[in-house]
Design a binder for this molecule. Structure first.
Ligand code: GLV
Ligand code: MN
Ligand code: MN
Length: 417
């Protein structure tokens, strides 16, 4: 069965609403994220599928299988975006997942296992400082109390944002969906490896997991002209020291994949002639090696406290997220490679520096046996210039179609197992 390239590209275009020539962002738990879910569900109104929107905004479109007790093969990604998005991050995988279900319906194919398209909610951490919220809540890998009271940069709470778009986080307690047997995510690489090697697709062996800290330095706001240097408590130079330390730690880490970023900085009162009395930073630390990643994290926390003490400032640290890096399924890697060879598509294995929902599917536990329930795999499509989280993001249409074809071929095999 073939992917219909033009239909798939048309879906991507339909999800990517433009305003004044610019892509309209779809922040996590926003009206525009919900509109994207509706756009992808609409064509299924008359097809033989069931559509389930869970209490935290993930959508699952399910084509039933012949075996009523077999667990599903899921193809997934996310529909929310960062604030300055490109057109492909998350969108490509969701559109491919929807298209795969459409193709099964069009060909009137029922496989042994059910096949599902999952559109995950709130994958991006840009709004709340925490990522993969939809997938982690759905899979019971995140305590709702740890995130629902978080506030975005405008002071809006996650719980109220969810309710405002018709979601019901309080219904989570009684919601225990069965994890799929296999989960496949299709996603742009967001890095330069495939393009450098001239390859359309790659298969991910391991995902570097993020840990995120919210660090606040608390000083005293005062007049920037009248307050002498030795009497001020300026929170911003302390932050500058910490930011440099974060960079140095990642550069010197023994984990080749270690990276650390301070991408969010909130300064109060944030004007020319006032000493900053409060600075909040979000530190994002990632690596494939859990021990090294967590050692970096501990070092950053200790540095923040030392800097604050030396400068007689207050300092608070909140761990927003601390995921475990994971290896993905070797069996799925081999199947992707087999299917790529059959389709004569160049490919390689690589590590993902970015986080992905499928990382959490790989940790899903079977509620009955309490054993890992899901084999997870991640297919990458080459990204031009390795760019992502910016409007320059681009993947060649034929590479997108190639990635979707491998996902479809793999689904067809797995759903008969
Ligand atoms: C997801 O885009 C991430 O932050 O890795
Ligand atoms: Mn993504
Ligand atoms: Mn992203």
């Amino acid at each position: 069965m073939e992917i219909r390239g033009n239909e798939l590209l048309g879906l991507i275009e339909a999800v990517n609403v433009k305003e004044d020539g610019m892509l309209r962002p779809r922040p996590a738990f926003s009206e525009y994220e919900r509109i994207a879910h509706d756009t992808l569900c609409r064509p299924f109104a008359d097809l033989d599928v069931t559509i389930c929107r869970d209490p935290v905004g993930n959508t699952v479109i399910r084509r039933a299988g012949r075996n009523k007790t077999a667990r599903a093969v899921a193809v997934l990604s996310h529909l929310d975006t960062v604030y300055t998005p490109g057109e492909y991050d998350g969108t490509v995988g969701c559109c491919a997942a929807a298209h795969i279900i459409t193709r099964l319906c069009e060909e009137n194919i029922t496989l042994t296992r059910p096949v599902e398209a999952h559109f995950m909610a709130a994958e991006e951490s840009s709004r709340w400082g925490v990522g993969c919220v939809g997938s982690r809540l759905r899979l019971s890998l995140l305590n709702p109390q740890a995130v629902l009271d978080l506030r975005d940069a405008d002071g809006v709470g996650m719980r109220e944002a969810m309710r405002a778009c018709g979601l019901a986080p309080e219904a989570l307690g009684s919601f225990t969906p069965e994890p799929p047997e296999f989960a496949i995510e299709l996603h742009p690489e967001q890095g330069p490896v495939l393009e450098h090697q001239g390859l359309p697709v790659g298969f991910v062996t391991a995902i570097a997991a993020p840990a995120r800290l919210r660090v606040a330095f608390i000083g005293e706001t005062n007049h920037s002209g009248a307050c002498p240097m030795h009497l001020r408590k300026d929170a911003l130079p302390a932050s500058a020291e910490l930011i440099l330390r974060v960079e140095q730690l990642a550069r010197e880490s023994e984990d080749t994949y270690a990276v650390a970023t301070v991408g969010y900085c909130h300064v109060e009162p944030n004007y020319t002639n006032a000493i900053p009395g409060l600075v909040e930073l979000i530190v994002d630390v990632r690596g494939v090696d859990l021990q090294h990643r967590d050692a970096m994290l501990a070092e950053i926390k200790a540095s923040a406290h030392q800097i604050a003490e030396r400068r007689a400032l207050g300092c608070t640290i909140k761990v927003l997220q601390q995921d475990r890096p994971e290896l993905l399924s070797e069996e799925l890697l081999e199947l992707f490679e087999h299917n790529a060879r059959k389709r004569k598509l160049g490919h390689t294995r690589l590590v993902s520096g970015a986080a992905h929902d499928v990382l959490h599917f790989s940790k899903a536990m079977c509620p009955v046996s309490a054993k890992p329930a899901t084999q997870a795999g991640l297919i990458f499509i080459a990204s031009r210039g390795g760019k992502s989280h910016c409007p320059d993001e681009f993947s060649e249409p034929e590479h997108i179609i190639a990635g979707a074809q491998i996902a479809l071929d793999t689904v067809l095999t797995l759903a008969e197992r």
